[in-house]
Write a protein that binds this ligand. Structure first.
Ligand code: AMP
Ligand code: MG
Length: 492
Protein backbone atom coordinates (compact mmCIF):
# COMPACT_ATOMS: atom_id res chain seq x y z
CA UNK A 1 0.00 0.00 0.00
CA UNK A 2 1.22 3.51 -0.77
CA UNK A 3 1.94 5.95 2.07
CA UNK A 4 -0.76 8.19 0.60
CA UNK A 5 -3.21 5.75 2.07
CA UNK A 6 -1.69 6.12 5.49
CA UNK A 7 -3.01 9.62 5.89
CA UNK A 8 -3.56 10.45 9.51
CA UNK A 9 -6.79 12.31 10.14
CA UNK A 10 -7.04 11.54 13.80
CA UNK A 11 -4.04 12.71 15.77
CA UNK A 12 -2.83 15.78 13.94
CA UNK A 13 -4.27 18.86 12.28
CA UNK A 14 -7.65 20.41 12.96
CA UNK A 15 -9.25 16.97 12.79
CA UNK A 16 -7.65 16.14 16.11
CA UNK A 17 -9.77 18.88 17.70
CA UNK A 18 -13.07 17.27 16.79
CA UNK A 19 -16.10 18.20 14.73
CA UNK A 20 -16.32 21.79 15.95
CA UNK A 21 -13.18 22.44 13.93
CA UNK A 22 -13.35 19.76 11.26
CA UNK A 23 -16.61 18.88 9.56
CA UNK A 24 -16.45 15.41 7.97
CA UNK A 25 -17.22 15.89 4.28
CA UNK A 26 -16.71 13.51 1.39
CA UNK A 27 -15.31 14.72 -1.91
CA UNK A 28 -17.54 14.69 -4.97
CA UNK A 29 -16.20 12.41 -7.72
CA UNK A 30 -14.48 14.11 -10.63
CA UNK A 31 -15.51 12.30 -13.84
CA UNK A 32 -12.82 10.84 -16.12
CA UNK A 33 -9.97 12.34 -14.12
CA UNK A 34 -6.54 12.71 -15.74
CA UNK A 35 -3.21 14.18 -14.72
CA UNK A 36 -2.53 17.81 -15.69
CA UNK A 37 0.58 18.63 -13.69
CA UNK A 38 2.83 16.55 -11.49
CA UNK A 39 5.37 18.06 -9.12
CA UNK A 40 8.14 15.50 -9.08
CA UNK A 41 10.35 17.68 -6.85
CA UNK A 42 7.76 17.87 -4.10
CA UNK A 43 6.94 14.18 -4.52
CA UNK A 44 10.57 13.40 -3.75
CA UNK A 45 10.74 15.91 -0.86
CA UNK A 46 7.74 14.23 0.72
CA UNK A 47 9.36 10.82 0.13
CA UNK A 48 6.28 9.58 -1.70
CA UNK A 49 6.85 6.56 -3.95
CA UNK A 50 8.47 7.26 -7.31
CA UNK A 51 5.66 5.29 -8.96
CA UNK A 52 3.12 7.84 -7.66
CA UNK A 53 2.21 9.31 -11.03
CA UNK A 54 1.67 5.90 -12.60
CA UNK A 55 -0.65 4.77 -9.84
CA UNK A 56 -4.31 4.81 -10.84
CA UNK A 57 -5.42 4.68 -7.21
CA UNK A 58 -3.45 7.84 -6.44
CA UNK A 59 -4.96 9.62 -9.45
CA UNK A 60 -8.41 8.70 -8.16
CA UNK A 61 -7.53 9.66 -4.58
CA UNK A 62 -6.20 13.07 -5.59
CA UNK A 63 -9.22 13.75 -7.80
CA UNK A 64 -11.65 13.04 -5.00
CA UNK A 65 -12.88 9.78 -6.51
CA UNK A 66 -11.61 7.48 -3.83
CA UNK A 67 -11.34 8.09 -0.12
CA UNK A 68 -8.60 6.17 1.68
CA UNK A 69 -10.00 3.71 4.18
CA UNK A 70 -8.37 5.29 7.21
CA UNK A 71 -9.18 8.87 6.23
CA UNK A 72 -12.11 11.09 7.16
CA UNK A 73 -11.89 14.09 4.82
CA UNK A 74 -13.11 17.30 6.38
CA UNK A 75 -13.85 20.94 5.70
CA UNK A 76 -13.19 23.55 8.38
CA UNK A 77 -15.19 26.56 9.38
CA UNK A 78 -13.72 30.07 9.42
CA UNK A 79 -14.96 33.62 9.01
CA UNK A 80 -13.22 36.76 7.94
CA UNK A 81 -13.00 40.32 6.74
CA UNK A 82 -13.29 40.68 2.98
CA UNK A 83 -12.30 43.97 1.38
CA UNK A 84 -12.33 45.62 4.78
CA UNK A 85 -15.80 44.48 5.79
CA UNK A 86 -16.82 41.76 8.21
CA UNK A 87 -18.10 38.96 5.96
CA UNK A 88 -19.30 36.54 8.65
CA UNK A 89 -19.00 32.82 8.17
CA UNK A 90 -17.04 31.54 5.19
CA UNK A 91 -15.13 28.28 5.59
CA UNK A 92 -13.55 25.71 3.30
CA UNK A 93 -16.08 26.04 0.51
CA UNK A 94 -14.12 24.00 -1.94
CA UNK A 95 -11.11 22.71 -0.04
CA UNK A 96 -11.20 19.29 1.57
CA UNK A 97 -8.51 18.16 3.94
CA UNK A 98 -7.67 14.53 3.40
CA UNK A 99 -5.49 14.34 6.49
CA UNK A 100 -1.82 14.65 7.31
CA UNK A 101 1.22 12.72 6.18
CA UNK A 102 4.38 12.22 8.17
CA UNK A 103 7.15 13.26 5.78
CA UNK A 104 10.80 14.32 5.84
CA UNK A 105 9.39 17.88 5.85
CA UNK A 106 7.47 17.07 9.05
CA UNK A 107 3.73 16.57 9.25
CA UNK A 108 2.12 17.93 6.11
CA UNK A 109 -1.59 18.40 5.55
CA UNK A 110 -2.90 17.20 2.22
CA UNK A 111 -5.76 19.25 0.86
CA UNK A 112 -7.83 18.91 -2.31
CA UNK A 113 -8.97 22.25 -3.71
CA UNK A 114 -11.98 21.95 -6.00
CA UNK A 115 -13.23 18.54 -4.84
CA UNK A 116 -16.89 19.54 -4.62
CA UNK A 117 -19.31 21.25 -2.28
CA UNK A 118 -18.93 21.33 1.48
CA UNK A 119 -21.23 22.66 4.20
CA UNK A 120 -19.38 25.96 3.69
CA UNK A 121 -19.85 26.31 -0.05
CA UNK A 122 -22.66 28.86 0.33
CA UNK A 123 -23.76 29.50 -3.27
CA UNK A 124 -20.57 28.11 -4.80
CA UNK A 125 -20.24 24.80 -6.60
CA UNK A 126 -17.19 23.64 -4.65
CA UNK A 127 -15.21 23.36 -7.85
CA UNK A 128 -12.11 25.03 -9.25
CA UNK A 129 -11.51 25.56 -12.97
CA UNK A 130 -8.51 24.24 -14.87
CA UNK A 131 -7.23 27.79 -15.51
CA UNK A 132 -7.00 28.84 -11.88
CA UNK A 133 -5.78 25.41 -10.75
CA UNK A 134 -2.82 25.62 -13.11
CA UNK A 135 -2.13 29.16 -11.89
CA UNK A 136 -2.14 28.04 -8.25
CA UNK A 137 0.00 25.00 -9.02
CA UNK A 138 2.67 27.05 -10.81
CA UNK A 139 2.56 30.04 -8.47
CA UNK A 140 2.96 27.96 -5.32
CA UNK A 141 6.06 26.34 -6.68
CA UNK A 142 7.38 29.58 -8.18
CA UNK A 143 7.14 31.22 -4.75
CA UNK A 144 8.82 28.26 -3.13
CA UNK A 145 11.56 28.39 -5.76
CA UNK A 146 12.06 32.05 -4.91
CA UNK A 147 12.48 31.13 -1.26
CA UNK A 148 9.19 32.72 -0.19
CA UNK A 149 7.07 30.87 2.41
CA UNK A 150 4.01 29.37 0.74
CA UNK A 151 1.65 26.46 0.66
CA UNK A 152 2.93 23.93 -1.87
CA UNK A 153 1.17 22.11 -4.69
CA UNK A 154 1.76 18.44 -5.45
CA UNK A 155 -0.33 18.06 -8.58
CA UNK A 156 -3.32 19.10 -10.62
CA UNK A 157 -5.83 16.67 -12.03
CA UNK A 158 -8.37 17.65 -14.67
CA UNK A 159 -11.66 16.42 -16.05
CA UNK A 160 -13.97 17.06 -18.99
CA UNK A 161 -16.70 17.96 -16.47
CA UNK A 162 -17.98 21.48 -17.04
CA UNK A 163 -18.27 24.21 -14.44
CA UNK A 164 -19.71 27.65 -15.06
CA UNK A 165 -17.94 30.92 -14.35
CA UNK A 166 -18.12 33.84 -16.81
CA UNK A 167 -18.28 31.01 -19.34
CA UNK A 168 -18.25 27.20 -19.27
CA UNK A 169 -14.85 25.84 -18.26
CA UNK A 170 -13.56 22.42 -17.24
CA UNK A 171 -13.06 21.38 -13.63
CA UNK A 172 -9.77 20.55 -11.96
CA UNK A 173 -8.44 19.71 -8.53
CA UNK A 174 -5.18 20.99 -7.01
CA UNK A 175 -3.54 18.95 -4.29
CA UNK A 176 -2.15 21.47 -1.83
CA UNK A 177 0.37 20.64 0.84
CA UNK A 178 1.20 22.69 3.95
CA UNK A 179 2.03 22.13 7.62
CA UNK A 180 -1.27 23.87 8.33
CA UNK A 181 -3.96 25.74 6.46
CA UNK A 182 -5.15 27.61 9.56
CA UNK A 183 -6.05 31.21 8.73
CA UNK A 184 -6.56 34.42 10.68
CA UNK A 185 -10.23 33.81 9.88
CA UNK A 186 -10.34 30.61 11.93
CA UNK A 187 -9.65 32.69 15.04
CA UNK A 188 -12.02 35.45 14.00
CA UNK A 189 -14.75 32.87 13.64
CA UNK A 190 -14.70 31.57 17.21
CA UNK A 191 -14.13 35.04 18.62
CA UNK A 192 -17.14 36.42 16.74
CA UNK A 193 -19.33 33.67 18.18
CA UNK A 194 -18.05 34.26 21.71
CA UNK A 195 -16.70 30.69 21.76
CA UNK A 196 -13.76 31.48 23.99
CA UNK A 197 -13.05 27.87 24.98
CA UNK A 198 -12.81 26.92 21.32
CA UNK A 199 -10.64 29.95 20.65
CA UNK A 200 -8.22 28.77 23.34
CA UNK A 201 -8.28 25.18 22.07
CA UNK A 202 -7.41 26.41 18.60
CA UNK A 203 -4.64 28.72 19.83
CA UNK A 204 -3.14 25.99 21.99
CA UNK A 205 -3.27 23.58 19.09
CA UNK A 206 -1.50 25.99 16.75
CA UNK A 207 1.13 26.80 19.37
CA UNK A 208 1.71 23.14 20.29
CA UNK A 209 1.99 22.02 16.69
CA UNK A 210 3.71 24.93 14.98
CA UNK A 211 5.26 27.18 17.64
CA UNK A 212 6.48 24.62 20.20
CA UNK A 213 9.03 27.01 21.70
CA UNK A 214 6.13 29.09 23.08
CA UNK A 215 4.61 26.20 24.98
CA UNK A 216 6.61 26.87 28.07
CA UNK A 217 4.79 30.19 28.43
CA UNK A 218 1.49 30.03 30.26
CA UNK A 219 -1.82 31.78 29.79
CA UNK A 220 -1.97 35.29 28.36
CA UNK A 221 1.81 35.46 27.91
CA UNK A 222 1.70 32.51 25.54
CA UNK A 223 -0.94 34.08 23.29
CA UNK A 224 0.73 37.48 23.25
CA UNK A 225 4.04 35.86 22.31
CA UNK A 226 2.27 33.91 19.60
CA UNK A 227 0.66 37.06 18.20
CA UNK A 228 4.11 38.59 18.18
CA UNK A 229 5.49 35.69 16.15
CA UNK A 230 2.65 35.74 13.64
CA UNK A 231 3.28 39.48 13.30
CA UNK A 232 6.97 38.93 12.64
CA UNK A 233 6.37 36.18 10.11
CA UNK A 234 3.74 38.25 8.31
CA UNK A 235 6.04 41.27 8.20
CA UNK A 236 8.82 39.18 6.73
CA UNK A 237 6.47 37.65 4.20
CA UNK A 238 5.34 41.10 3.09
CA UNK A 239 8.94 42.22 2.63
CA UNK A 240 9.51 39.19 0.42
CA UNK A 241 6.38 39.81 -1.64
CA UNK A 242 7.28 43.44 -2.18
CA UNK A 243 10.90 42.71 -3.03
CA UNK A 244 9.99 40.23 -5.74
CA UNK A 245 7.00 42.23 -7.04
CA UNK A 246 4.29 39.78 -6.05
CA UNK A 247 0.69 41.02 -5.79
CA UNK A 248 -1.67 38.67 -3.98
CA UNK A 249 -4.87 40.33 -5.09
CA UNK A 250 -7.25 39.16 -2.32
CA UNK A 251 -5.66 39.86 1.04
CA UNK A 252 -8.80 39.15 3.00
CA UNK A 253 -8.24 37.88 6.53
CA UNK A 254 -9.52 34.45 5.50
CA UNK A 255 -6.61 34.24 3.06
CA UNK A 256 -3.94 35.01 5.68
CA UNK A 257 -1.99 32.08 7.09
CA UNK A 258 -1.08 32.05 10.79
CA UNK A 259 2.19 30.41 9.74
CA UNK A 260 3.08 33.36 7.53
CA UNK A 261 2.68 31.37 4.33
CA UNK A 262 1.44 32.75 1.04
CA UNK A 263 -2.01 31.21 0.83
CA UNK A 264 -4.91 31.02 -1.66
CA UNK A 265 -3.68 31.99 -5.08
CA UNK A 266 -6.49 33.70 -6.97
CA UNK A 267 -6.04 36.81 -9.11
CA UNK A 268 -2.37 37.15 -8.05
CA UNK A 269 0.21 38.64 -10.39
CA UNK A 270 3.93 39.26 -10.52
CA UNK A 271 4.65 42.81 -11.68
CA UNK A 272 5.84 43.25 -15.24
CA UNK A 273 6.51 46.98 -15.71
CA UNK A 274 6.95 48.54 -12.27
CA UNK A 275 3.83 50.27 -11.01
CA UNK A 276 3.44 50.74 -7.27
CA UNK A 277 -0.29 51.28 -7.77
CA UNK A 278 -0.82 48.11 -9.75
CA UNK A 279 -4.12 46.35 -8.99
CA UNK A 280 -4.10 42.77 -10.20
CA UNK A 281 -7.66 41.88 -9.22
CA UNK A 282 -10.20 43.38 -11.61
CA UNK A 283 -12.90 43.06 -8.94
CA UNK A 284 -10.88 45.33 -6.60
CA UNK A 285 -12.36 48.61 -7.80
CA UNK A 286 -10.98 50.70 -4.93
CA UNK A 287 -7.46 49.30 -5.27
CA UNK A 288 -7.52 48.17 -1.64
CA UNK A 289 -5.06 45.41 -2.48
CA UNK A 290 -2.83 47.37 -4.86
CA UNK A 291 0.82 46.29 -4.80
CA UNK A 292 2.12 49.16 -2.68
CA UNK A 293 -0.67 48.78 -0.13
CA UNK A 294 0.00 45.16 0.72
CA UNK A 295 2.25 45.77 3.75
CA UNK A 296 -0.31 48.18 5.23
CA UNK A 297 -3.14 45.73 4.59
CA UNK A 298 -1.23 42.93 6.27
CA UNK A 299 -0.92 45.16 9.31
CA UNK A 300 -4.66 45.85 9.24
CA UNK A 301 -5.30 42.11 8.99
CA UNK A 302 -3.01 41.45 11.95
CA UNK A 303 -5.19 43.82 13.99
CA UNK A 304 -8.19 41.65 13.09
CA UNK A 305 -6.29 38.64 14.39
CA UNK A 306 -5.24 40.60 17.48
CA UNK A 307 -8.83 41.64 18.11
CA UNK A 308 -9.91 38.01 17.79
CA UNK A 309 -7.41 36.67 20.33
CA UNK A 310 -7.92 39.59 22.77
CA UNK A 311 -10.16 37.46 25.02
CA UNK A 312 -7.15 35.18 25.56
CA UNK A 313 -4.70 37.99 26.26
CA UNK A 314 -7.04 40.18 28.35
CA UNK A 315 -4.62 43.04 28.70
CA UNK A 316 -4.44 45.42 25.74
CA UNK A 317 -0.84 46.50 26.27
CA UNK A 318 0.99 43.25 25.36
CA UNK A 319 -1.35 42.64 22.44
CA UNK A 320 -0.72 46.12 21.08
CA UNK A 321 3.01 45.77 21.64
CA UNK A 322 2.99 42.52 19.67
CA UNK A 323 1.11 44.11 16.79
CA UNK A 324 3.08 47.33 16.81
CA UNK A 325 6.33 45.44 16.42
CA UNK A 326 5.26 45.29 12.77
CA UNK A 327 6.18 48.96 12.46
CA UNK A 328 9.83 48.10 12.97
CA UNK A 329 9.96 44.50 11.74
CA UNK A 330 8.52 45.28 8.34
CA UNK A 331 10.70 48.28 7.42
CA UNK A 332 13.79 46.53 8.75
CA UNK A 333 13.05 43.43 6.70
CA UNK A 334 12.17 45.52 3.65
CA UNK A 335 15.33 47.64 3.85
CA UNK A 336 17.42 44.49 4.13
CA UNK A 337 15.71 42.85 1.14
CA UNK A 338 16.31 45.92 -1.00
CA UNK A 339 19.93 46.21 0.09
CA UNK A 340 20.38 42.56 -0.84
CA UNK A 341 18.86 43.21 -4.24
CA UNK A 342 21.30 46.07 -4.71
CA UNK A 343 24.24 44.08 -3.40
CA UNK A 344 24.87 46.59 -0.63
CA UNK A 345 26.73 45.48 2.45
CA UNK A 346 25.91 47.03 5.81
CA UNK A 347 23.31 49.75 6.39
CA UNK A 348 24.02 53.33 5.38
CA UNK A 349 21.89 56.39 6.05
CA UNK A 350 21.18 57.17 2.42
CA UNK A 351 20.12 53.62 1.46
CA UNK A 352 16.41 54.17 1.75
CA UNK A 353 16.55 57.29 -0.41
CA UNK A 354 18.60 55.38 -2.98
CA UNK A 355 15.88 52.70 -3.12
CA UNK A 356 13.02 55.20 -3.20
CA UNK A 357 14.59 57.18 -6.02
CA UNK A 358 15.18 54.01 -7.98
CA UNK A 359 11.57 52.90 -7.58
CA UNK A 360 10.43 56.33 -8.71
CA UNK A 361 12.58 56.06 -11.83
CA UNK A 362 11.25 52.56 -12.53
CA UNK A 363 7.72 53.82 -12.00
CA UNK A 364 8.13 56.81 -14.30
CA UNK A 365 9.17 54.60 -17.22
CA UNK A 366 7.26 51.45 -16.17
CA UNK A 367 10.54 49.58 -16.43
CA UNK A 368 10.16 45.82 -16.18
CA UNK A 369 10.84 45.08 -12.53
CA UNK A 370 12.40 41.63 -12.90
CA UNK A 371 14.45 42.39 -16.01
CA UNK A 372 15.80 45.52 -14.35
CA UNK A 373 17.14 43.70 -11.29
CA UNK A 374 18.57 40.87 -13.30
CA UNK A 375 20.34 43.22 -15.71
CA UNK A 376 21.63 45.29 -12.80
CA UNK A 377 23.07 42.13 -11.22
CA UNK A 378 24.80 41.16 -14.46
CA UNK A 379 26.07 44.73 -14.88
CA UNK A 380 27.62 44.82 -11.43
CA UNK A 381 29.41 41.56 -12.17
CA UNK A 382 30.55 42.69 -15.62
CA UNK A 383 31.69 46.06 -14.27
CA UNK A 384 34.64 44.22 -12.76
CA UNK A 385 36.18 44.31 -16.24
CA UNK A 386 34.05 46.54 -18.47
CA UNK A 387 33.33 50.27 -18.63
CA UNK A 388 30.10 49.73 -20.54
CA UNK A 389 28.53 47.20 -18.21
CA UNK A 390 25.55 49.38 -17.22
CA UNK A 391 24.43 50.24 -20.75
CA UNK A 392 21.95 47.33 -21.00
CA UNK A 393 20.36 48.57 -17.76
CA UNK A 394 20.26 52.17 -18.92
CA UNK A 395 18.60 51.07 -22.16
CA UNK A 396 15.56 49.92 -20.21
CA UNK A 397 14.76 53.54 -19.39
CA UNK A 398 13.11 56.23 -21.46
CA UNK A 399 14.61 58.84 -19.16
CA UNK A 400 18.17 57.61 -19.46
CA UNK A 401 19.61 60.63 -17.69
CA UNK A 402 17.53 59.79 -14.61
CA UNK A 403 19.01 56.32 -14.51
CA UNK A 404 22.50 57.60 -15.12
CA UNK A 405 22.28 60.06 -12.24
CA UNK A 406 20.95 57.32 -9.99
CA UNK A 407 23.58 54.88 -11.15
CA UNK A 408 26.38 57.27 -10.28
CA UNK A 409 25.07 57.46 -6.70
CA UNK A 410 24.68 53.72 -6.62
CA UNK A 411 28.23 53.05 -7.77
CA UNK A 412 29.54 55.45 -5.19
CA UNK A 413 27.64 53.53 -2.52
CA UNK A 414 28.88 50.19 -3.86
CA UNK A 415 32.36 51.64 -3.58
CA UNK A 416 35.22 49.23 -3.58
CA UNK A 417 33.00 46.16 -3.18
CA UNK A 418 34.34 43.21 -5.12
CA UNK A 419 32.14 43.50 -8.20
CA UNK A 420 32.31 39.89 -9.35
CA UNK A 421 31.37 38.52 -5.93
CA UNK A 422 28.69 41.16 -5.38
CA UNK A 423 27.19 40.53 -8.82
CA UNK A 424 27.12 36.78 -8.18
CA UNK A 425 25.30 37.33 -4.88
CA UNK A 426 22.82 39.64 -6.64
CA UNK A 427 22.14 36.95 -9.24
CA UNK A 428 21.14 34.65 -6.40
CA UNK A 429 18.82 37.36 -5.01
CA UNK A 430 17.23 38.73 -8.18
CA UNK A 431 15.41 35.99 -10.09
CA UNK A 432 15.63 35.57 -13.83
CA UNK A 433 12.29 33.76 -14.06
CA UNK A 434 8.97 34.69 -12.50
CA UNK A 435 5.50 33.42 -13.32
CA UNK A 436 4.51 36.22 -15.63
CA UNK A 437 0.82 36.40 -16.43
CA UNK A 438 1.34 35.73 -20.11
CA UNK A 439 3.43 32.61 -19.41
CA UNK A 440 0.70 31.18 -17.23
CA UNK A 441 -1.82 32.13 -19.88
CA UNK A 442 0.10 30.32 -22.64
CA UNK A 443 0.45 27.21 -20.50
CA UNK A 444 -3.28 27.32 -19.76
CA UNK A 445 -4.22 27.73 -23.45
CA UNK A 446 -2.14 24.68 -24.34
CA UNK A 447 -3.52 22.69 -21.42
CA UNK A 448 -7.04 23.45 -22.60
CA UNK A 449 -6.05 21.75 -25.88
CA UNK A 450 -4.82 18.73 -23.93
CA UNK A 451 -1.11 19.59 -24.11
CA UNK A 452 0.35 19.81 -20.61
CA UNK A 453 4.00 20.07 -21.60
CA UNK A 454 4.28 23.80 -20.99
CA UNK A 455 2.79 23.42 -17.50
CA UNK A 456 5.48 20.88 -16.78
CA UNK A 457 8.35 22.88 -18.36
CA UNK A 458 7.29 26.09 -16.66
CA UNK A 459 7.12 24.29 -13.32
CA UNK A 460 10.67 23.09 -13.74
CA UNK A 461 12.05 26.50 -14.71
CA UNK A 462 10.19 28.31 -11.92
CA UNK A 463 11.48 25.86 -9.35
CA UNK A 464 15.00 27.23 -9.89
CA UNK A 465 14.33 30.83 -10.90
CA UNK A 466 17.83 32.13 -10.15
CA UNK A 467 19.48 29.68 -12.55
CA UNK A 468 20.02 30.04 -16.26
CA UNK A 469 17.76 27.86 -18.41
CA UNK A 470 19.13 28.40 -21.92
CA UNK A 471 16.34 26.47 -23.67
CA UNK A 472 13.78 28.74 -22.04
CA UNK A 473 15.51 32.09 -22.52
CA UNK A 474 12.36 33.59 -24.05
CA UNK A 475 10.50 33.13 -20.76
CA UNK A 476 12.89 35.56 -19.11
CA UNK A 477 12.05 38.29 -21.61
CA UNK A 478 9.72 41.26 -21.39
CA UNK A 479 5.99 40.62 -21.41
CA UNK A 480 4.49 40.89 -24.90
CA UNK A 481 2.02 43.65 -25.77
CA UNK A 482 -1.00 41.37 -25.36
CA UNK A 483 -0.07 40.55 -21.75
CA UNK A 484 -1.60 43.80 -20.52
CA UNK A 485 -5.00 42.76 -21.82
CA UNK A 486 -5.17 39.57 -19.71
CA UNK A 487 -7.94 40.09 -17.19
CA UNK A 488 -7.74 38.20 -13.94
CA UNK A 489 -10.87 38.23 -11.84
CA UNK A 490 -11.80 36.61 -8.56
CA UNK A 491 -13.78 33.94 -10.40
CA UNK A 492 -11.79 30.81 -10.22
P1 AMP B 1 -11.54 33.20 -1.98
O1 AMP B 1 -11.89 34.60 -2.33
O2 AMP B 1 -11.21 32.33 -3.16
O3 AMP B 1 -10.51 33.11 -0.92
O4 AMP B 1 -12.87 32.54 -1.38
C1 AMP B 1 -13.64 33.12 -0.37
C2 AMP B 1 -14.64 32.11 0.16
O5 AMP B 1 -15.47 31.63 -0.89
C3 AMP B 1 -14.03 30.87 0.80
O6 AMP B 1 -14.86 30.50 1.85
C4 AMP B 1 -14.08 29.86 -0.32
O7 AMP B 1 -14.09 28.55 0.15
C5 AMP B 1 -15.39 30.22 -1.00
N1 AMP B 1 -15.43 29.83 -2.41
C6 AMP B 1 -14.76 30.39 -3.45
N2 AMP B 1 -15.06 29.78 -4.61
C7 AMP B 1 -15.94 28.79 -4.30
C8 AMP B 1 -16.63 27.81 -5.06
N3 AMP B 1 -16.49 27.71 -6.38
N4 AMP B 1 -17.46 26.97 -4.40
C9 AMP B 1 -17.62 27.07 -3.07
N5 AMP B 1 -17.03 27.97 -2.31
C10 AMP B 1 -16.19 28.82 -2.90
MG1 MG C 1 -9.69 31.90 0.22
Amino acid sequence: MLPMFLLNTVDVGLASLGVTFATPTDPTPLPAAHWVGANETLRAELALPSALWRDQDVLQLLSGNRVPEAATPYASVYSGHQFGQWAGQLGDGRALNLGALHTPLGWQEIQLKGAGPTPYSRRGDGRAVLRSSIREFLASEAMHGLGIPTTRALCVTGSPALVYREEAETAAVVTRVAPSFVRFGHFEHFAAHGQIDELRILADHVVRTHFPALQEKQGAARYAAWLQQVTTRTAELMAQWQAVGFCHGVMNTDNMSVLGLTLDYGPFQFLDGFDANHICNHSDHQGRYAYARQPQIAYWNLFCLGQAVMPLIDDQAPALAALESYKTTFPTAMDQRMRDKLGLIGAHKGDRALVEDLLQALQQDRVDYTVFWRRLSVAVRESAHSNFAFEPVRDLFVHREVFEAWCARYLERLGAAHRQTTGDAMLRTNPKYILRNHLGELAIRQAKQGDFSMVQDLLQVLQSPYDEHPSFEAWAGLAPEWASSIEISCSS
